[in-house]
Design a protein around this ligand. Sequence first.
Ligand code: ZN
Ligand code: ZN
Length: 240
Amino acid sequence: MVLFKVFSSYWKILDLVFPPRCAGCNEWGHRFCPNCYQKPKLIPEPNCCMCGDRLTSGYKLICNRCDLFPPIISAVRSWAYHDGVLQKAIRNLKYKGDLGLGESLARLLLEVISKQTWPIDLVIGVPLDHRRQKERGYNQSAYLSRPLAHLMGLPYSAKAIKRIRLTRSQVGLSSGERLMNVKGAFFADKKIVIRKTILVVDDVITTGATLNACASALLSAGAYKVYGITLARAERLMEE
Ligand SMILES: [Zn+2]
Ligand SMILES: [Zn+2]
């Protein structure tokens, strides 16, 4: 936490010397500018109480998809749809490793979490496997989850869960393939997660396969409940 504060002040000083460019529109002055903040299409209410998807019928609490395939994770919420400037900002976070951008985007997650009454004890990010982490040098989910934990005033752990086998990138896979690709891919540390209510942070939710696989590992290791939060979500979650 102390280290985070040091880094946070460090970026602020750096921003004065080298003004940042917006990750959404490339304008100078902000990491994610006020103009881009207004652009993303937010998920209209009411939402499915589990996956957070827009509900089309006002009298139901759960969408048809969650009714048919109940998720393992207790609930997931996202800031906006995966499109336009948000998609571009996420790509920048993922491939350029901009730590300051992670902090700016974590503030959007804070907006989402502030509307929930989830009794979170611990915040974690979806881990990358060793090889990808080594190639990329960082994990974009950690860049979001660590500052989010700080903003929420809650503990963060980078060691609560790890990938125990290599998985292909989920991009381009069908929903069934995604599910198989991450099934059993995670292992949680019982000592860290037991009896905790855990918030798992990721950049995008497409089918929910990754977040559900994380939840499954955390619950098997004794976590009490698992919730998920992402910056973006696919317009319609693919069926699992
Ligand atoms: Zn912008
Ligand atoms: Zn749902």
